[in-house]
Ligand binder design. Structure first.
Ligand SMILES: [Fe+2]
Length: 408
């Protein structure tokens, strides 16, 4: 049951949303996937969904660990029992590059697969999206990155997240590492949306605490950046605020006790809401700064975001104080009688504490970055215009250097 404590910030934020949007409601477009199945043991519906997409030959994409988990046996036995043909590409690594996407497309090319199923963390789901369109379009991944207009409608696609963080199951974005340039790029096209996402919290129970922390913080940052994005709209605001509330309230419980089903369920739900929000309003500079350090130093994505959170958020404060105050209320901070900036400062302190509580070392120097690396990293950030353009505060090369220095 909802308590008064939970309801009050919700209505406070609703009033602010109404005030903000009353006279300035602009037209917006909101897109998402056509079907989402959420709930305990919803993975049992996979076969039914394959059938309803009229598919008989499934090409799975996952990392090697997935095949060792108990639900995998259950899936494959059912497929065999029902007479489906399937093949598994299990070479997914974290931060996969264009090469892995091309390897997966090549592995699938000679057989007439009629459905692609991505199961795993964001890396597996992102590659599954690229394979779905790559098999139809017949172009190498790098060419698609440069000419998204080449992308044709892909094969039917089902995405099944095993982590609560990336929200990739509901986005039309694939993040791929450019190993030559040592950075990451986003392939963005509405043709990358899945036909069905199946979100079963039971399969997230086995996640280790470190992955729970990194992926949960990634989701929190998705919500925060979606809310403060220049491209935000009333619908993405609503999704982002609800995501923030749920994720902040449950991340510690999911981290502290991985078998806590309720916390796992809430985290999976919250990360999906945040995914729907940022798919439509974009993430911002925290993600932009995280990409080069993730690609060069192999810092996991959620960790890289957590490292950059404080310096970028502080830098952004003056550009979107109302939005940060709304975020503060969403996580239960009492903002009555204080300025928006003061509310945002408390929000930042709470998030800093959360990162510390989750036992994360949030300084770049611990991961091999030194002062002399900063000009190079800052130059790379400035090329990630897709994300810098949606950030509430404009960022120059000099700012980028200062922000990395602050996070050092
Ligand atoms: Fe992210």
């Amino acid at each position: 049951m909802l308590s008064f404590r939970k309801i009050t910030p919700f209505y406070f934020n609703l009033c602010f949303l109404l005030l903000i949007n009353r006279n300035v409601m602009k037209e917006f477009v909101f897109q998402s996937i056509p079907k989402l199945i959420f709930g305990e043991n919803s993975l049992d519906l996979l076969i039914q969904e394959i059938k309803s997409l009229q598919a008989k030959q499934a090409f799975f994409i996952c990392d090697p660990v997935i095949k060792t988990l108990s639900f995998w046996d259950k899936i494959t036995k059912k497929l065999e029992h029902e007479g489906f043909k399937y093949c598994v590409f299990d070479n997914i690594i974290s931060d996969p590059g264009y090469e892995i996407a091309d390897d997966a497309i090549n592995a699938a090319f000679d057989t007439k697969w009629d459905i692609i199923i991505g199961i795993g963390g964001g890396s597996a789901l992102d590659i599954a999206k690229v394979v779905s369109v790559g098999l139809v379009t017949g172009k190498p991944c790098k060419e698609l990155m440069n000419k998204i207009e080449l992308i044709k409608d892909g094969l039917p696609l089902i995405l099944i997240p095993t982590t609560a963080g990336t929200g990739s199951e509901v986005t039309h974005i694939s993040i791929l590492s450019d190993n030559e340039e040592q950075t990451k790029n986003g392939l963005v096209s509405s043709k990358l949306y899945a036909d069905v996402a199946i979100l079963d919290p039971i399969i997230t129970l086995s996640l280790p605490p470190e992955v729970t922390a990194f992926s949960g913080l990634d989701a929190i940052i998705h919500a925060l950046e979606a809310l403060t994005s220049r491209l935000a709209n009333p619908l993405t605001d609503m999704l982002a605020l609800e995501a923030l509330r749920i994720l902040y309230e449950n991340i510690w419980d999911a981290f502290n006790d991985g078998q806590n089903k309720e916390a796992r369920t809430q985290m999976l739900y919250g990360s999906m809401l945040a995914g729907k929000a940022f798919a439509n309003s974009s993430v911002g500079a925290i993600h932009a700064f995280a990409y080069p350090i993730g690609a060069e130093y192999h810092i996991p994505h959620g960790l890289a975001n957590s490292i950059m959170l404080a310096s970028v958020l502080r830098f952004n404060l003056s550009a979107a104080p109302e939005k940060y105050a709304m975020a503060a209320r969403a996580i239960g901070i009492d903002t009555i009688g204080i300025t928006n900036i003061a509310a945002a400062e408390i929000l930042l302190a709470k998030l800093d504490k959360l990162i510390d509580d989750l036992k994360i070392n949030r300084f770049l120097r611990f991961y091999g970055v030194s002062k002399s690396d900063i000009p190079r990293l800052a130059e790379k950030v400035m090329k990630i215009t897709r994300l810098l353009n949606s950030n509430p505060q404009k960022i120059t090369l000099k700012d980028a250097e200062s922000l990395y220095l602050e996070a050092l």
